[in-house]
Design a protein around this ligand. Structure first.
Ligand code: BTN
Length: 332
């Protein structure tokens, strides 16, 4: 059965209620503000209830939004977003192959900076280095953001991956989990992976056309939702906190943090991002083993340089690593 779709006014009523937070809003205030009749306001409130919103009617005083459905549609997300660009255009799907693939196609067709693709389920989610990304439908968060960084040379585009890692780490900490970053952009809690980031771009020699930053976060996945081979390697907000997180709020926090760190990068360059990344790192000061395209490097990870490359002190000197898979061995 097709899902009910919110009309424009319904969305405005919801936004009004969401903005009021715990406050009761009178039907009169809503109708005055939105230019609707009281009967129309009542009809929209009823329609929202049908879609799973809990809206209490408080005798003689008005309405209060008590609960939003755990869904990732524009209807849930828009009222929560206070960004200037990121997420101002949302493409929300029940199912897609990969949000990164959708975002890339949209970017090729001229989508604007900040447009976001979100899906409840991916049939061909992709991870770094050709791996797949599997994620339980309607439990987690999978999204891709289209960025058009002005004046950023292609060689510096990878800095945006670290921008995203810092932002996702902050959103997770805001949700109450002690997340940290494993180079370059895995987000871990207690050594287990909670989020991954896949960055792709289209560029010419001296110009970036677009960058797509794809983010997958295990939000409300239960232990049994992970395939057996990941059971000991992955975790989720639900597992860590022992209670679920409202996904729309979490996604809005990710998009807000992403825009915030993106703006700091645009204004201040990689310096502030490098510092923020180092503060959140769980890699530096560790013995690591890094699988690169040319072999395995073992040593102590001690810094990232001004390009974001990992610096590892080995028995024969310092190695500068641009891409690879890091295994954390023990504190140095
Ligand atoms: C990794 O850790 O290997 C990166 C995982 C990235 C997964 C996200 S989910 C949303 C977006 N769409 C994809 O197909 N991949 C990214």
């Amino acid at each position: 059965m097709p899902e009910p779709v919110a009309s424009g006014s319904e969305e405005l009523v919801l936004a009004f209620l969401a903005e009021a937070g715990d406050e009761v809003v009178s039907g009169e205030a809503i109708s005055d503000k939105l230019g609707l009749t009281r009967a129309a306001v009542w009809k929209h409130v009823e329609a929202l209830r049908q879609q799973g919103y809990r809206i209490d009617a408080v005798a003689t005083r008005g309405y209060r939004l008590v609960e939003v459905p755990d869904r990732l549609r524009a209807l849930e997300l828009r009222p929560l977003l206070n960004t200037h660009d990121v997420g101002q255009v949302l493409h929300c799907f029940e199912e897609v192959d990969s949000t990164n693939d959708r975002a890339k196609a949209l970017a090729d067709d001229g989508a604007e900076h900040g447009e976001v693709v979100v899906a409840e389920r991916q049939t061909a989610g992709r991870g770094r280095r050709g791996r797949t990304w599997s994620s339980a439908a309607r439990r987690n968060v999978a999204f891709s953001v289209i960025l058009r960084p002005e004046g950023l040379p292609p060689v510096r585009a990878s800095e945006l991956t670290l921008v995203a890692a810092v932002a996702v780490c902050d959103a997770l900490r805001q949700a109450g989990v002690e997340a940290g970053i494993k180079w370059p952009n895995d987000v871990l809690v207690g050594g287990r992976k909670i989020a991954g980031i896949l960055t792709e771009l289209a560029a010419e020699a001296d110009e970036v056309h677009w960058v797509v930053v794809g983010v997958g976060v295990n939000v409300n996945a239960r232990r049994e939702d992970f395939p057996p081979e990941l059971a000991d390697l992955a975790t989720s907000v639900l597992i860590e906190r022992d209670h679920p997180a409202p996904r729309a709020l979490f996604l809005a926090a990710c998009l807000t943090a992403l825009e915030d760190w993106y703006d700091r990068h645009a204004e201040g360059g990689f310096g502030p991002i490098r510092e923020a990344w180092k503060e959140r790192s769980v890699t530096l000061g560790r013995q690591v083993s890094v699988k690169t395209d040319t072999g395995e490097i073992t040593g102590t990870a001690f810094d990232i340089d001004v390009t974001g490359a990992l610096l590892v002190r080995t028995a024969v000197g310092v190695e500068r690593i641009f891409s690879g898979d890091v295994a954390l061995l023990r504190p140095a």
